[in-house]
Design a protein around this ligand. Sequence first.
Ligand SMILES: Cc1cc2nc3c(=O)[nH]c(=O)nc-3n(C[C@H](O)[C@H](O)[C@H](O)COP(=O)(O)OP(=O)(O)OC[C@H]3O[C@@H](n4cnc5c(N)ncnc54)[C@H](O)[C@@H]3O)c2cc1C
Length: 312
Amino acid sequence: MRIYDTIIIGAGPGGLTSAVYAASEGLDTLVIEKSRLGGQAYSSAAIENFLGYNKISGKQLTNRAVKQAKDFGAEFVNDNVLDIMRIEHDRFAIIGQFDIYYTKTVVLALGVQYKTLDADGIDNFIGKNVHYGDNVLDKARTCKNKHVYIVGGANSAGQAAVYLSKYASQVSIIIRGHSIEKSMSAYLIQQINGISNIDIQTKCTVKSFEGGNKLDRIVINNNGQDNEICDCEHMFMFIGAKPSTYFLNNILDLDGEGFIITNRNQETSIAGIFAVGDIVSGSVKRIATAVGSAAIAVSGIHSFIANIPIDK
Ligand SMILES: Cc1cc2nc3c(=O)[nH]c(=O)nc-3n(C[C@H](O)[C@H](O)[C@H](O)COP(=O)(O)OP(=O)(O)OC[C@H]3O[C@@H](n4cnc5c(N)ncnc54)[C@H](O)[C@@H]3O)c2cc1C
């Protein structure tokens, strides 16, 4: 039975940084990712605030990080982790959908998943021409010369609008509040203001999605009063996210929203299990936070392994 020094669950920026630090510091390291490597950051069209890069796409950053981790010896496997069990005082079993993996320590870098929009008819069009945030890069070309709507007022929505404006004839951002100033970075607002084919519709909500095989129209409610029917050929939604900790409910201490509670060393309520990045309670949802917390966690892994009692 192979026992890794550490198993990292999730290959977003937090997981990939953990892999780079762990493997480069001589730890036998496995990364388990259930879907695409890179996590949320992969879908960012242009990251402009990560140290050392004026502009880098999430895909480029991911490819570099994966190569870096693999060059240091980290291994990767595609699996969906369903459970974690402590099987002896010095090891954990990670139960995946396809296999069971053994390790002395665990790094939870599970990130978050997009919240879904509650509107009539939406389910008929998801994956056709209605998408949650992580599909912008893949779908941009299909938006050429079309009117595209984006729901959401945070940076991810702003970045998507800037990117899609190069393809679409018009990009309309729909927000519930009366301005994007509270939720979006100033540099992005400035960019958006300078792009003629982006408009922002404030105090609006999407009530329903209509069409045949694909979405043709949306009904937008304006300020709780008038309903307006608008032709809509593509819709992207960035309406917040929830933690991916459904399988950890009875295992670890979570906060009221399901985020993992850690101490300042990224240790969870179980010794030997660490958490990093967006999944951490109270974390700032940024790539740099994921990177920084991963460096702290790997330092803790060394101490934990060094102090595992030999006879118990
Ligand atoms: C469109 C967009 C643009 C962004 N732009 C920026 C930006 O410009 N600058 C910035 O600083 N931040 C940006 N962010 C935020 C940033 O991407 C996140 O803060 C960061 O990705 C968090 O990293 P993470 O590793 O904690 O989690 P995530 O990136 O969410 O990665 C978590 C990974 O864990 C995997 N996973 C979850 N559960 C399991 C399981 N049970 N088994 C196996 N794998 C699992 C998921 O599939 C996912 O790949 C952006 C986010 C989005 C969506």
